[in-house]
Write a protein that binds this ligand. Structure first.
Ligand code: HDD
Length: 701
């Protein structure tokens, strides 16, 4: 074979590019020139590559040579591209942003980030699911991790919370068992990222302290519509310390500006198939479009004296402090406005640690928090492989930092001089302690007997679970009961199902009965003995999702389904009304190239029907000619489009053709089906789910 022929066959395939020339590279590869200056492609040692397409061979059709340092370097690096994924919270979306303080907490703390009003502090926020691996879907029923790294002037402060204000367990020593129970079962390797399996519910049924959190995870909080529409909670009580050394307890809260919104379970199941990256993509697209998600930052402040009067122990992470008891004070806002340059470098390598706090903030004795203070640094050492992970740009403080720690794997610094210890008298400029302004722990008295004990005040496991359930709207209660039925129906062991229903009897008999009916029990099981009497706590509407949904289309998406022959004028009107109301609008058509409208013009589509089901949108308009409706009647994707929109309680705007498609799809009529000519009515209906419709589309427990 001639040399010339070998080179021609060795490069990349040729694409026909609309713009730009095509150039044959040194190795015969075809480059499309799209402008710009290209720096030399080099090895990691800086040697410029003449050929990046062909390995070195003994002859054109001969064996590869070991001396090919270019091939070996490239493949070796590739072989080591993955690092161990997080044991929990592996799947995530990370975004840069800033925090701005709007009200000073100077009375309570010396921390500059909480006292300097108007100052913007950069931050990196990572929102995750818990159970699934890094490649799992975005939308299982799962808690969302809500971790924020504030790069403050006084060092990094990591607030590593969740979108649920309580946790499963009271003591960190139980965490490995909890996680082993929730992750895929070790013999079979599934389910990935789902709680609906035997080991999870077996562990729950044997852990009464988990019952409050169980109520939250069975609510629609664990199937959010968007990461931009979830709350965040620091969960534990922390302490703030002021310049007189006095400390006040604090709980931290994030409240989304867009309000709360969740999906319907059937919808989320379908989203998982239609778009595995649904929530990551949603966040990416919002930031690309300049719709920067924003949260209010709020605190609940209380003294030891006040805490002593609470009907629960605030050091118990399975309890929350109702807003009605200690109101939230909004003190700032977080805006996420910059997508990372590189997913691995930032979202994967970011290392959070609840032990990262700054002067003016301190820990409480919450035993779950105390255990966490150890775990995170330890995990980063094995995950990132070096004690120098704090030098990775996303982890490095953005204030000066210096000490006498030295060496270790991947040391990036080159400290000069002969002194690597403190105190010393040999160096004039080595770092020294800062007695005033440096970190001081709260001066707290501790006394008592050492032991592996749980305080009596941690014994009440059902009162707040009951308060949560009774605080929900009837729709939400039905969703919780149905989620229990679904999850427990996936559990093979009958005694586990029964044990769980037994716990529900302590929470609310009606709930236990609904779940028992859904599971086909002939009689209610026995309730387990409760360690403390169940208290009748007042309901707290702040615990609902529906009550916190905002009457807005901001951040929401609307699809307009069209086909050949659709009316362009009405499409434009709906599009404008939705955009004016703050929504993003996508045209969906049988072909992505678009549809030929009634006036002969072609309207390009943003999405092709089979790949753009209505589950990806908050409301839909169906604008079709009579022929278009006839053609789509034979498309199962079009039938599903309207059926799902109806089943998922969305507003649907229709013209005559759209109505014909609804008829073919056997979709009923109600106040959420509006005439496309009345855009005002459509926009109003699109802002909310059509809850009243639910009874007609599914049987809930
Ligand atoms: Fe944890 C990661 C949140 C209890 C041990 N946790 C991790 C992340 C979040 C939380 C959001 C992901 C951080 C990121 O995005 O990288 N964890 C919580 C909350 C808890 C909690 C809100 C209870 C209130 N965690 C908890 C306990 C332990 C851990 C009790 C161990 C004793 N968590 C870890 C970990 C992880 C982690 C194994 C895995 C990856 C990582 O730390 O960086 O160390």
């Amino acid at each position: 074979m001639s040399k010339e022929k070998t080179m021609r066959n060795s490069g990349k395939a040729k694409h026909s590019a609309p713009n730009g020339d095509t150039k044959i590279g040194a190795g015969g590869e075809l480059h499309q020139i799209v402008g710009g200056k290209h720096s030399a492609l080099t090895t990691n040692q800086g040697v410029a590559l003449a050929d990046n397409q062909n390995s070195l061979k003994a002859n054109a059709r001969g064996p590869a040579l070991l001396e090919d340092f270019i091939l070996r370097e490239k493949i070796t690096h590739f072989d080591h591209e993955r690092i161990p994924e997080r044991i929990v919270h592996a799947r995530a979306t990370g975004v840069h942003g800033y925090f701005e303080l709007t009200a000073s907490l100077k009375r309570y703390t010396t921390a500059k980030i909480l006292t300097e009003v108007g100052v913007k502090t950069p931050l990196f926020t990572r929102i995750s699911t818990v159970a699934g691996g890094a490649g799992s879907v975005d939308t299982p029923r799962d808690v969302r991790g809500f971790a924020v790294k504030f790069y403050t002037k006084e060092g990094n402060w990591d607030l590593v919370g969740n979108n649920i204000p309580v946790f499963f367990i009271q003591d960190a020593i139980k965490f490995p068992d909890l996680i082993h129970a929730v992750k895929m079962e070790p013999d079979r390797g599934f389910p990935q990222s789902a709680t609906a399996h035997d080991t999870f519910w077996d562990y729950m049924s044997l852990t009464p302290e988990a019952m409050h959190m169980v109520m939250w995870i069975m609510s629609d909080r664990t199937i959010p519509r968007s990461l931009r529409m979830i709350e965040g909670f620091g969960i534990h009580s922390f302490r703030l310390i002021n310049d007189a050394g006095e400390s006040t307890f604090v709980k931290f809260h994030w409240r989304p500006k867009l309000g709360l919104q969740s999906t319907i379970w059937d919808e989320t199941v379908k989203i998982s198939g239609a778009d595995q990256d649904y929530q990551r993509r949603d966040m990416f697209e919002a930031i690309e479009a300049g719709n920067f998600p924003e949260w209010e930052f709020a605190v609940q402040l209380f003294t030891q004296k006040e805490a002593d009067k609470f009907p629960f122990d605030h050091l118990d992470a399975t309890k929350l402090i109702p807003e009605e008891l200690v109101p939230l004070q909004v003190i700032g806002r977080m805006v996420l406005d910059r997508w990372p340059n590189n997913f691995f470098a930032e979202t994967e390598q970011v290392a959070y640690c609840p032990a990262n706090i700054v002067p003016g903030i301190d820990f409480s004795n919450d035993p779950l928090l105390q255990g966490r203070l150890f775990s995170y640094l330890d995990t980063q050492l094995s995950r990132l492989g070096s004690p120098n992970f704090h030098q990775i740009p996303v982890n490095a403080p953005q204030c000066p930092f210096a000490n006498q720690q030295r060496d270790g794997h991947m040391q990036m610094e080159q400290p000069a001089g002969r002194v690597a210890y403190e105190p010393n008298s040999l160096s004039k400029n080595s770092p020294r302690e800062t007695p005033v302004g440096g970190f001081h722990s709260a001066a707290v008295n501790e006394s008592g007997e050492k032991g592996r004990v749980r305080p009596e005040s941690f014994a009440d496991h059902y009162s707040q679970a009951r308060q949560f359930y009774l605080s929900q709207t009837a729709y939400e209660q039905a969703h919780i009961a149905s989620a229990f039925v679904f999850e427990l129906s996936k559990v093979d062991h009958l005694h586990v199902r029964e044990a769980m229903v037994g716990h529900l009897l302590h929470i609310e008999k009606d709930l236990a009965q609904r779940v028992a009916n859904g599971l086909g029990f002939s009689k209610l099981p026995e309730a387990p003995a409760a360690a403390a009497p169940v208290q009748k706590l007042p309901v707290s509407p702040a615990l609902q999702i529906i009550g916190k949904m905002k009457d807005t289309l901001m951040g929401r998406a609307i699809a307009i389904l069209i086909a050949d022959g659709s009316d362009g004028a009405i499409i434009k009107k709906v599009q404008k009304a939705a955009i004016d109301a703050g929504a993003t609008v996508k045209i969906v058509a049988p072909r992505v190239g678009g549809a030929k409208l009634a006036d002969g013009s072609v309207l390009a589509a943003n999405g092709q029907l089979a790949g753009s089901p209505s589950i990806l949108f908050d409301a839909v308009a169906v604008i079709l000619s009579a022929d278009g409706a006839k053609a789509l009647a034979k498309e199962s994707a079009a039938i599903d489009f309207v059926r799902d929109a109806f089943g998922h309680l969305k507003a649907i705007a229709v013209d005559a053709g759209g109505r014909a498609l609804l008829k073919t799809a056997n979709v009923g009529n109600d106040a959420g089906i509006v005439d496309v000519a009345d855009q005002k009515a459509f926009i109003a209906a699109a802002k909310m789910r059509q809850w009243a419709r639910e009874k007609s589309v599914r049987t809930l427990a």
